[in-house]
Design a protein around this ligand. Structure first.
Ligand SMILES: Cc1cc2nc3c(=O)[nH]c(=O)nc-3n(C[C@H](O)[C@H](O)[C@H](O)COP(=O)(O)OP(=O)(O)OC[C@H]3O[C@@H](n4cnc5c(N)ncnc54)[C@H](O)[C@@H]3O)c2cc1C
Ligand code: FES
Length: 296
């Protein structure tokens, strides 16, 4: 089966946005055909690799590719940053997983992406646009050098507000500042989608709450099997407990218990640090020794 294109996960393009953020385009025609906005895949980069969930940031049905945008934060994502080059293959990729985003019938939509959340908000924005909505996008980064996909957003949405924390590009401030500007100009926004770090999504939900704007967020709890069996990804939404991998990952931002989500995300930090240290030590050991006796 090794030569069957449906069973291989060839990396056909790669782009590095910064020291930590990189894009991979993976060829898999069936997955590209099936993907819907809001869905994700679970990837193993090699036989002994960890299974990591990644949002489908874009898909091209004609080319048969899906796009992943990844931030190197720990052992697996750093390892992929080193090894996933054009022409190599992922060992495994399962998906598309999760419920597609409920794009609804909104007429005017605010799409908000913070940092890496800019990538997963893109397919949702495209989906709303294709459904005929007027789309205002707010994207936020720490600083100008981290900005990516500005042109891609400009080409797709009706209005774009770029924010940077330090004011080096666009409006100075966080995405919540951009959201307030958008809501002041468009009091008739009927839906908002916000994706980014939990603290950002919590802030975004608080901006829209007093205006009564329906707000969906995409949650990123620790996932293991991705099938609703292990319970690892449970999140509290209103009075109910949901499994983000099968019930989500999109939920009503006004009902999500973000404090519980953030506490759960930090539960394995000592194991994650240990895995990172083990891997860094192995990388150092594997480096060839120079003739002078030092490491190259
Ligand atoms: C539905 C979903 C979509 C995601 N989409 C993206 C994406 O498009 N791009 C991206 O860069 N990241 C995405 N993530 C987060 C990504 O899965 C983690 O950054 C990655 O698993 C970290 O692995 P690591 O070994 O590099 O880091 P580690 O050091 O193991 O972990 C760093 C942090 O990542 C989180 N994390 C660790 N393991 C998991 C796991 N199995 N599942 C979820 N979170 C974990 C924890 O908060 C942890 O503190 C998504 C997560 C979910 C649940
Ligand atoms: S990842 Fe196991 S139940 Fe969702």
């Amino acid at each position: 089966m090794a030569d069957d294109p449906q069973s291989r996960f060839e990396i056909v393009a790669r782009e590095d946005f910064s020291d930590a953020t990189y894009l991979l385009e993976v060829r898999h025609p069936l997955m590209a055909r099936a993907a819907r906005p809001g869905q994700f895949v679970i990837v193993m980069s090699h036989e002994h690799g960890e299974r990591i969930p990644l949002t489908i940031a874009d898909y091209d049905r004609e080319e048969g590719t899906i796009t992943l945008v990844i931030q190197a934060v720990g052992k697996s994502t750093r390892e992929m940053q080193q090894t996933c080059t054009v022409g190599t293959h992922l060992y495994g990729m399962v998906g598309p997983m999760g419920m597609p985003s409920p794009l609804g019938k909104a007429k005017k939509v605010l799409c908000v992406g913070g940092g890496l959340g800019v990538a997963p908000i893109y397919p949702q924005m495209k989906g709303f646009k294709e459904a005929g909505a007027y789309v205002i996008a707010v994207i936020g980064f720490r600083t100008k050098s981290l900005v990516f996909w500005q042109e891609k957003f400009e080409a797709c949405c009706d209005e774009l507000i770029l924010c940077t924390d330090d004011g080096s590009a666009g409006v100075e401030g966080r995405v919540t500042t951009g959201m307030e500007l958008a809501i002041a100009k468009h009091p008739d926004i009927d839906e908002c989608v916000a994706i980014g770090p939990p603290i950002m999504m919590k802030g975004a939900a608080e901006v829209t709450r007093p205006h009564g704007i329906k707000t969906m967020v995409s949650l990123n709890p620790v996932m293991i099997d991705g099938t609703g069996m292990c319970g690892g990804c449970r999140v509290k939404v209103g009075d109910t407990v949901k499994f983000a991998c099968v019930d989500g990952p999109d939920f009503d931002g006004h009902k999500v218990d973000f404090d519980d989500l953030m506490a759960r995300l930090g539960r394995f930090s000592s194991q994650e640090k240990a895995a990172m240290k083990r891997w860094s030590d192995e990388c150092r050991m594997a480096k060839p020794v120079s003739p002078a006796g030092g490491k190259e």
